[in-house]
Write a protein that binds this ligand. Structure first.
Ligand code: XMP
Length: 517
C-alpha cells in the first residue's frame, strides 16, 4: 500500500489513479496527517505530491520527519521533491523564469527509477524524456547522499536520488499523460523500488468499495436517484452488490428521455438484477410545467426544480431511508470545489438531486467520488452492467427539454425521440458510435416544404449533431461519411411522418456549444 501525501496539487488524484493502474492500492492524505496515523497506515512506499506553495513561505507545508525515518522508499514530485530537498538539508531557490508545460529532461546515471526508460537518446548516448513541468522554485543543492538523476536547461537538478535510503525526487510530473513514460516511471517506483505486487484489480476495487459502503451505512436504508446515466447506474449496481435490499432506487421518467430509456433502465435494474426500483411516471407533470416556456435557462430551471420535487416526494415516502447515494465522480468534485484531499463536500446541483427537504437529514453515500470516468466504466462492466449502457454517450440532465428548441410539447418529444433513435441505431450499425464522443438529434420547430410521392408535405425539421471531443470543453464536428448521413436522412424522412427535412450541424465548439440550447 502506497501513501500519497497531498500538498494540494491539481494532479494528486491523477497520482492515485496511476498507482491504481499499476495494480497497487493507495490512499491520499493531507500533508498535515499526524505521525501516528502515518505509522498506523504502515505504507510500503510514500509519494509526496506537488502543490501550489513555495518552501520560501514563512511557514511552508512539509511532511512529518517520520516519513524519512520509516525505512520505506519515498518519491517526491515537484513541490514534494522541493520539500524533501529542503527538509533533508538541501537548498531550494526561487527562479526568475517559471517553467511550465512540455520539457525535455536528460536522464543521468543509472538509478533504478529511470534506467532504460527514455523517449529517445542524444547522439552522445544520453537518455531523454519528454515530460510535463510546472514549477517556479527549483532545487539548487541536493541534500547529502543524493545523486543527480535528471536535468533540464532551466532546472539543472530536475531529478535526484538517494538509492541507499530509497529517496527519489522528480521536478516534472510523471502522473500526467504528457509525460510519455510517466506510467512506467510510477510503476517502476511502486513495483521495483517499493516491492508492491500487482494485485489491485477492478474486482478488488469493487470489494473494497462494497466493504466501505457496508461499514458506512450498517443496517440503514439508502435511496438512490437513478437517471439511466453511467454514474448513477454504476452506483446502483455497486450498492446492490454491497447492501442488496437495503437499497431503493427512484427513477423519474420525465417524458424527456431517449427512446425506450425508461424501459431499459427497468429491464436492467429491476428485472435483470433484482434491484428495488420505483419508477415515477412524471411526463404529464413535466410537460405541463414546461408549457408555454421557450427560454432555455428557464426551461432548465423548471426541469431541475421539478426533478427535485418529484424525487423528494418519493424519497419522503421511504420512511426508513437514512442515506442518499449519488453518482458523484472525481471530475465533478474538482469542477465544483477545486477541493484538496476530498475535504470539500459537494452535491451536484445541475442534474442530480439538488436538495432534499431539511427534515430528511440524509447522509451522503458517494462511492465513486475518487474515480475518473473511464475507471467508473470499467467497474460498471465488471459489475455486469450492459456495455451499451456503460459506454453510452453523455446525456444532459434536462434531456430532450434542451434539444427541442423553444417550447416543449409531447408531439415534438415523440418525433425527436424517433429521429434520434434512428440516428443512434445507424451509428452503431456502421461502427461509428464509439468513434464520436456525443451524437444526437435536435428538434427545430419550423416547418419546411417537401414532396413525397405526389403529395406535398409541410413538416418539421431535425438537425443531426455529432462531435468529437476529449473534455467537452472544445469540440469539432464529426466528419461523418456522406453516404452514412444520406442513409440516416432518408430513413428519418421516410419513416417519421411529421419530419420533412434533415440537416447536419457543422459548427465547432467554440463558437457554438454542443447542445443547441
Ligand atoms: P455544451 O452544450 O455546453 O455541452 O457544449 C457540454 C456537455 O455538457 C452537456 N450539457 C449538460 N449536462 N445538464 C447536464 O447535465 C445541462 O444542463 C447540460 N447542458 C449541456 C452536453 O450534453 C455536453 O456533453
Amino acid at each position: 500500500r502506497i501513501l500519497i501525501i497531498d500538498f494540494g496539487s491539481q494532479y494528486t488524484q491523477l497520482i492515485a489513479r496511476r498507482i491504481r493502474e499499476a495494480g497497487v492500492y493507495s490512499e491520499i492524505h493531507p500533508w498535515d496527517m499526524d505521525e501516528a496515523a502515518i505509522r498506523g497506515f504502515a505504507p510500503t512506499g510514500i509519494i509526496l505530491s506537488g502543490g501550489p506553495e513555495s518552501v520560501h513561505e514563512s511557514d511552508p507545508p512539509g511532511v512529518p520527519q517520520c516519513v524519512f525515518e520509516l525505512g520505506v522508499p519515498v518519491l517526491g514530485i515537484c513541490y514534494g521533491m522541493q520539500t524533501m530537498a529542503a527538509q533533508l538539508g538541501g537548498r531550494v531557490e526561487g527562479s526568475d523564469h517559471r517553467e511550465f508545460g512540455y520539457a525535455q529532461v536528460r536522464a543521468h546515471g543509472h538509478t533504478p527509477l529511470l534506467t532504460h526508460i527514455e523517449d529517445h537518446t542524444t547522439p552522445e548516448g544520453f537518455g531523454m524524456l519528454d515530460v510535463w513541468m510546472s514549477h517556479g522554485d527549483r532545487v539548487t543543492q541536493m541534500p547529502e547522499g543524493f545523486k543527480l538523476m535528471a536535468s533540464t536547461e532551466s532546472a539543472p537538478i530536475a531529478g535526484m536520488a538517494d538509492e541507499v535510503r530509497g529517496f527519489y525526487g522528480v521536478q516534472f510530473h510523471p502522473e500526467v499523460t504528457h509525460t510519455t513514460q510517466g506510467q512506467r516511471i510510477l510503476s517502476r517506483f511502486v513495483h521495483d523500488i517499493c516491492g508492491c505486487e500487482n494485485l489491485w484489480t477492478a474486482g478488488n476495487i469493487i470489494d473494497d468499495m462494497t466493504a466501505r459502503v457496508r461499514e458506512q451505512v450498517g443496517d440503514d436504508h439508502v435511496v438512490l436517484g437513478l437517471s439511466g446515466g453511467v454514474d448513477s447506474s454504476v452506483v446502483g449496481a455497486l450498492l446492490h452488490k454491497a447492501i442488496g435490499d437495503q437499497l431503493t432506487c427512484v427513477f423519474v421518467d420525465t417524458g424527456l428521455l431517449r427512446h425506450q430509456e425508461g424501459d431499459q433502465v427497468m429491464a436492467t435494474f429491476a428485472r435483470h438484477m433484482g434491484v428495488r426500483v420505483i419508477r415515477v411516471d412524471a411526463e404529464d407533470r413535466f410537460l405541463s410545467a414546461l408549457e408555454g416556456e421557450a427560454d432555455p435557462e428557464e426551461k432548465r430551471r423548471i426541469i431541475g426544480r421539478l426533478f427535485v420535487e418529484v424525487f423528494d416526494e418519493e424519497a419522503s415516502k421511504l420512511t426508513n431511508a437514512r442515506w442518499l447515494a449519488q453518482g458523484t465522480i472525481y471530475p465533478d468534485v474538482i469542477e465544483s470545489a477545486g477541493s484538496k484531499t476530498g475535504k470539500a463536500h459537494v452535491i451536484k446541483s445541475h442534474h442530480n438531486v439538488g436538495g432534499l427537504p431539511e427534515t430528511m437529514k440524509l447522509g451522503l453515500v458517494e462511492p465513486l467520488r475518487e474515480l475518473f470516468k473511464d475507471e467508473v466504466r470499467r467497474i460498471g462492466v465488471e459489475l455486469g452492467l450492459p456495455t451499451e449502457m456503460v459506454y453510452r454517450h453523455p446525456f444532459p440532465g434536462p434531456g430532450l427539454g434542451v434539444r427541442i428548441l423553444g417550447q416543449v410539447k409531447k408531439e415534438y418529444a415523440d418525433l425527436l425521440r424517433r429521429a434520434d433513435h434512428i440516428f443512434i441505431e445507424e451509428l452503431r450499425a456502421a461502427g461509428l458510435y464509439d468513434q464520436v464522443s456525443q451524437a444526437f438529434a435536435v428538434f427545430l420547430p419550423v416547418k419546411s416544404v417537401g414532396v413525397m410521392g405526389d403529395g406535398r408535405r409541410y413538416d418539421y425539421v431535425v438537425a443531426l449533431r455529432a462531435v468529437e471531443t476529449i473534455d467537452f470543453m472544445t469540440a469539432r464536428w464529426a466528419h461523418l461519411p456522406y453516404e452514412f448521413l444520406d442513409k440516416v436522412s432518408r430513413r428519418i424522412i421516410n419513416e417519421i411522418k411529421g419530419i420533412s427535412r434533415v440537416t447536419y450541424d457543422i459548427s465547432g465548439k467554440p463558437p457554438a456549444t454542443i447542445e443547441w440550447e
